[in-house]
Ligand binder design. Structure first.
Ligand code: KE4
Length: 428
């Protein structure tokens, strides 16, 4: 059955008249795979339904938040009960204290936490805090890691040996990026080298502790150990950007799997249950530098708003059950094995941590951005559309992770594997 996308195509044409590119975030625009995005009518559990009535097994999950599945009854009930009491006050509520306590209980490295409205705000604030706390300007990030669109993080490796960076977007000034150093991911020697030369100047290192934004890339243990050792030695703030991995790969985030204690952690996506919410937290001694406890400025009209905290409290309450992550691991392992088998002799690798994973069309395992760039993105686009036609909704880029939710069933996983087998069957 060839699916019709006519209503989505018409909706996209109308959207592009009034919204740049027809979307409110570029990740949604199918730019990397071609074609026009499907417009969603509604979603429930593991499924989304487009305007043309097509049902898809959803592996985007709103790019991470939907770990319990769409329109989860507990989340809906919590939001509805909160909404009738008012949608925003600009004044403190006890729900904010409750969700702060839940996060602190789940992530031992977090002693105090501040809520904001997006992962971008969380990472931008954490970096400002690290700079205010240390009195230093330089920061380190890693090629292929994405931390939102704050100016200082919109950088690409410069012409030098990956130490100078240049803006990678018009509108970002050299002043904004001049203190940002880019290193290759999973390269302990580069960390040792930069810290031997510039350690006392470096305020913070920020990383994705399991990368989602070049596809799922897993850190090597030595890389993490050297990072923690060198940042501790230099008095540099280690920021674990767990916007994607927080409550995703484990209830305590990637840091709980890796035995690393970062100084600050950023969270997002899942903590708002799909509503706009994110957070940054860490050692009280650092966090107490944030206004009004301290003098590092950060503010937000809707930060900690009652709808997002209601949704967040509901979803974190359910995620506190270890059985949730046992099921996600079982489903993830089943899908990884099935996709790996289905891809057969096509050059590929599958990387997975829990319920986030990526099938790379790569000649070798992807451990950093240089290797990720070798992926055959044309093959990915062909795979993406073949799966879409068969009712499987994958992230629309080779450089994004796919997510399984607790609402997915083994039948969904089997259907996904069968679809992949059909897609690959006629590849020469
Ligand atoms: P937001 O500002 O989009 O809430 O969060 C930024 C961010 C920060 N840190 C990490 C590790 C992230 O993955 C993100 C955002 N992730 C992308 C998907 N890879 C969001 C999708 C989008 O931009 O539409």
């Amino acid at each position: 059955m060839v699916r019709s996308y006519q209503k989505s195509s018409d909706a996209f044409a109308r959207a592009t008249d009034v919204i740049p590119g027809g979307v409110n975030s570029p990740a949604r625009a199918f730019g990397a795979v071609g074609g026009t995005p499907v417009f969603v009518d509604h979603a429930e559990g593991a499924y989304i339904f487009d305007l043309d009535g097509n049902r898809y097994i959803d592996y985007i999950g709103s790019w991470g938040p939907m770990i319990l599945g769409h329109a989860h009854p507990k989340v809906l009930k919590a939001v509805q009960e909160a909404a009738v009491k008012g949608t925003s006050f600009g004044a403190p509520t006890e729900a904010e204290t409750e969700i702060a306590k839940r996060i602190i209980a789940a992530v031992p490295s977090i002693e105090k936490v501040r809520f904001v409205n997006s992962g971008t705000e969380a990472t931008m604030s954490a970096i400002r805090l690290a700079r205010g706390y240390t009195g230093r300007d330089k920061i380190i990030k890693f090629a292929g890691n994405y931390h939102g669109h704050a100016d200082s993080l919109l950088v690409a490796a410069g012409s030098s040996a990956a130490t100078l960076s240049v803006p990678n977007s018009p509108g970002v000034t050299r002043g904004a990026t001049g203190d940002t150093i880019i290193l290759p991911y999973n390269d302990p020697a580069e960390i040792r080298s930069i810290f031997s030369r510039q350690g006392p100047e470096i305020s913070a290192v920020i990383l994705e502790p399991v990368v989602g934004n070049m596809g799922c890339v897993i850190p090597e243990n030595e890389f993490l150990q050297v990072l923690r050792e060198e940042t501790t030695k230099a008095g540099t703030v280690l920021i674990y950007d767990e916007v994607m991995t927080g409550f995703r790969v484990a209830f305590g985030g990637a840091q709980s799997l890796q035995g690393i204690t970062p100084d600050l952690t950023t969270l997002g996506k899942i903590v708002g249950g799909g509503l706009p919410a994110a957070a940054y937290g860490g050692r009280a001694e650092i966090m107490d530098h944030i206004l009004p406890a301290g003098d590092v400025f950060q503010a937000g009209t809707l930060s900690g708003n009652p709808l997002a905290t209601a949704a967040g409290n509901a979803i974190l309450g359910d995620l506190a059950n270890p059985a949730v992550y046992e099921r996600l691991e079982m489903l993830g392992s089943q899908l990884q094995d099935g996709l790996d088998r289905a891809a057969g002799k096509i050059p590929h690798s599958v990387a997975r941590v829990g319920s986030m994973m990526t099938l790379f069309f790569s000649p070798e395992p992807v451990t950093n951005w240089a290797k990720a760039e070798q992926c055959n993105t044309h093959q990915f686009a062909r795979y993406f559309h073949g799966m879409l036609q068969r009712g499987i909704y994958l992230p629309c880029s080779q450089y994004e992770a796919m997510f399984i939710s607790h609402a997915h069933t083994t039948e969904d996983i089997e259907a996904t594997i069968s679809a992949a087998e059909e897609v690959f069957a006629d590849w020469d």
